[in-house]
Write a protein that binds this ligand. Structure first.
Ligand code: ACO
Length: 362
């Protein structure tokens, strides 16, 4: 049987997360992701994914200690980050820098220590390169700040407010993991050859970069900027759909109803922003787009995906657009590493088949 894009194909079994695309529910290891985002910290949910249980106090302290040690960039790593071409986008920098970690210490089988080490480094690599490109001073991580606070501090040089930290934390918890999406699949395919964790993460980052996957939030901002006022929404969206263009931030392979992450992020924004012009525009664009998508693509059940309100969250905390997909990567790396660890436990090499439709008689 041939399924374009492996639509509907079950390629593995997993205990990491479950997506109910009909009911719009996302579960991490038995817990509702939205509840986790409302009640737990990033480190606690990362612990849940990596260790398959929520941590008690000592356990989360130990994880925080390890993240603290591992997020410090070595002089060599800093030198490498600066030596990459200036015209390299941030996702490519991340992919190449992570790839440079791949020395002999990263051999099959992947370990939890390696997973935490790579995950801890991602925000620091992003912040270091960001300052290098801007010619501004990199702020070394502070030991009394948590993972999210440190990421914001390394980028801005300021201790972030609770509201900003909580907004980014909710986003990063809600995007930690999402089943066998394209990048997690890439990671598992690479790991299934008994290649190392660094190689699997390099595959995943390369996959995440594309606009149909992690690269969508900047497209969402482009759309909102192009519309700019509510009155133009119908005209701009109609034109795009007439030309056969896809609307960034809408549609999903699995969700055939509202993406629960999008719903949760919208709620967070409404709680924290109250009456805000750009949020007001985003909510209006969502309404118009859903109506027009039903008109142009009847029955396809196209709603906002996580990227739509992610763009609004990141804009509200004033992250540069170039940081949107890298920030998504800084959370999803936890999900990818967990997938590779699970793959390594019950490994079988991925090797599907292609149906040959070329000539046989030449
Ligand atoms: N705008 C307009 N039409 C759309 C959109 C959209 N955003 N998404 C799907 N459609 C249409 C398709 O054109 C197709 O129409 P057809 O049946 O007439 O051919 C139909 O809906 C089904 O869509 P597919 O592309 O076949 O759905 P698929 O599951 O392959 O793709 C995807 C899912 C890639 C997310 C798609 O909806 C899309 O490209 N969205 C825009 C990009 C985006 O927001 N990506 C972020 C996804 S979330 C994430 O990766 C973290």
């Amino acid at each position: 049987m041939f399924n374009q894009g492996l639509k509907g194909v079950i390629a593995t079994q997993t205990e990491i997360s479950d997506i109910d695309g009909e009911k719009g529910k996302l579960i991490y290891r038995g817990y509702d992701a939205k509840e986790l985002a409302n009640n737990y910290r990033f480190e606690e949910v990362a612990y849940l994914l990596w260790y398959a249980k929520l941590p008690i106090e000592d356990e989360v302290i130990q994880l925080e200690q390890k993240l603290k040690q591992d997020r410090v960039l070595s002089p060599k790593l800093k030198e490498w980050i600066c030596s990459l071409p200036r015209n390299m986008d941030m996702m490519s920098v991340l992919r190449t820098t992570i790839s440079l970690l791949g020395t002999n210490e990263f051999q099959w089988k992947p370990t939890l220590d390696q997973a935490i080490q790579i995950s801890a480094l991602v925000p620091s690599i992003i912040a270091y390169r960001y300052h290098f490109m801007k010619g501004t001073k990199y702020n070394e991580p502070l030991s009394h700040l948590n993972h999210i606070e440190n990421y914001l501090y390394m980028l801005t040089g300021e201790i972030p407010s609770v509201a900003i930290t909580k907004a980014l934390e909710a986003y990063m918890i809600l995007t930690l993991e999402h089943g066998l999406n394209a990048s997690a699949f890439s990671a598992r395919v690479t790991a299934s050859t008994e290649s190392d964790l660094v190689s699997a993460m390099t595959s995943a980052i390369g996959t995440m970069k594309g606009p149909l996957h992690g690269g969508a939030p900047s497209g969402v901002l482009d759309l909102l900027d192009e519309i700019s006022v509510k009155e133009r929404a119908d005209k701009v969206i109609r034109e795009k759909l007439t030309k056969g263009e896809k609307l960034m931030g809408f549609g999903h392979r699995v969700y055939k109803t509202h993406d629960p992450r999008s719903v949760a992020l919208k709620e967070k924004l409404q709680q924290s922003q109250g009456q805000d012009a750009s949020l007001d525009l985003a909510v209006h664009v969502e309404q118009v787009a859903v109506r027009l998508l039903e008109e142009f693509k009847p029955g396809r059940a196209l709603y906002t995906n996580v990227e739509f309100y992610a763009a609004a969250i990141m804009k509200s905390i004033q992250l540069d657009v170039e940081l949107f997909t890298p920030t998504f990567t800084a959370s999803r790396i936890v999900g990818w590493t967990t997938h590779v660890l699970e793959q390594a436990e019950f490994n079988t090499i991925y090797r599907p088949q292609a149906e040959y439709i070329g000539r046989l008689d030449r």
